[in-house]
Ligand binder design. Sequence first.
Ligand SMILES: Cc1cc2nc3c(=O)[nH]c(=O)nc-3n(C[C@H](O)[C@H](O)[C@H](O)COP(=O)(O)OP(=O)(O)OC[C@H]3O[C@@H](n4cnc5c(N)ncnc54)[C@H](O)[C@@H]3O)c2cc1C
Length: 459
Amino acid sequence: MVGSGIAGLAAAWELTSRSSDASVTVFDPGPPGGKIRTTQFEGRAVDEGPDAFLTRVPEAVQLCAELGITGELVGPAAGSSMVWWGGRLRPLPDGLVLGVPGRLSAIARSGILSPFGALRAGLDLLLPRTEIPDDLSVYDLVAARFGKEVATRLVDPLVGGIHAGRTDELSASATVPQLVSAARRSRSLLLALRTMGSAGPTGPVFLTPRLGLGRMVEVLVSKLKERGATFADRAVGPLAPTAGGGISVDGGERYDGVVLAAPAPAAAGLVDAVSPSAATGLREIDHASVVVVTMSFPAGSVPVPEGVNGFLVPRTAGRLMTACSFASAKWPHWGTAGRTLVRLSAGRSGDERAIGLGDDTLVERLSEELGIALSQRLPAPDSARVTRWAGSFPQYSVGHSRRVASIDAALASDQPGIALAGAAYRGAGIPACIGSGRRAAGILLAMTSPGRDRGLGVG
Ligand SMILES: Cc1cc2nc3c(=O)[nH]c(=O)nc-3n(C[C@H](O)[C@H](O)[C@H](O)COP(=O)(O)OP(=O)(O)OC[C@H]3O[C@@H](n4cnc5c(N)ncnc54)[C@H](O)[C@@H]3O)c2cc1C
């Protein structure tokens, strides 16, 4: 495996689950987990990057079951989300699916849309079916059905927030395939989503191990070692074909197959020599940078709205902050007596201000914005932790799925034995990354002949 993020680890898990004779090496210069990083903050294990996974997409729930840690999973405290719009925090209306309204009365009452915007949203029920091309931007899809206000005030903060991207650039088929298929199936998107919503699963939408997502990584690494996988803490250099078939890593060790689970820009550098066209395609996938600032305030000094887990900030609000999680309200196990924890995010595609600011400035500016949102002057936080995630969010621009299919095809024809996995291709959430790792392992296993001692993996 090249890369020990969750995609690379999932690939190693799949290989060792399906083939007892596979010899697997996982290369990574950094600690296992990649963007999953749980560290101590104020005496508690608090995630610095992702803090939970979706349950609707089953791969993470399934992996936790295989690892025997299902009993350790907890959901967020029941709570709602808000959006910072028009100078104050407003509850997100009920019935939204990725920001798209499922109930018109709820969005009309929310105050997030103007009366004209609410009326325009209702036109979805009357307009003829929208012809959906092969791909289009999320913004174009939503604005065609519900108008610009729903697209900029509801869908952009939610979908743009998930991807740290711009909905006028993000591919609808790659980021919101469920909306595209609903729009293709039905004349009214609202009516199609209402049917989907009522058929949805029950239980928490998100889960996470009580000791943080790092716990999943810790158990996975330990069980992989029990199965004989080797962990090499170094970066892999350019890959090259070897004379008798197979792939060499750094001009040295030879492997039957390689799962390339490093981020796309790093993966491009590794396949330059074996597949220039795959490398070009990989470099076309842009990435956005974000910063996560975790702050601890004395309890009572932050007026957290009752039953609210956090709020989103639309791009058009022009703030540095993109989202706020009332972390100790959302995850009670993160709380310590007498302390209120918040996690504030900044940075998205086209807004690189945050990544360039110093730690003190970030803490000062973001806590000041938090005070404005909550209409209360806040004290300086007692402690703060700044985590910079440079180039961390792959941007699935319009045409992404076709681009990924051509990269896969180029690699398969230029250098069979290399399979891609990770956030840059078919979903950036943890479940999708796990799925991509398992899929890549399956591709390698299908290519290697049965009964042969398999050096996989391997980077
Ligand atoms: C701030 C933040 C919050 C997020 N929140 C959520 C969330 O709440 N829920 C959710 O589902 N998702 C969330 N995500 C998305 C999710 O965390 C990531 O998409 C996912 O963890 C990426 O996994 P990966 O294995 O593809 O890549 P990574 O985790 O990036 O792992 C890639 C690994 O490859 C290694 N590598 C690079 N070059 C080489 C080389 N030459 N040789 C060997 N190794 C190399 C790197 O060191 C790294 O460890 C969040 C992401 C961020 C940044």
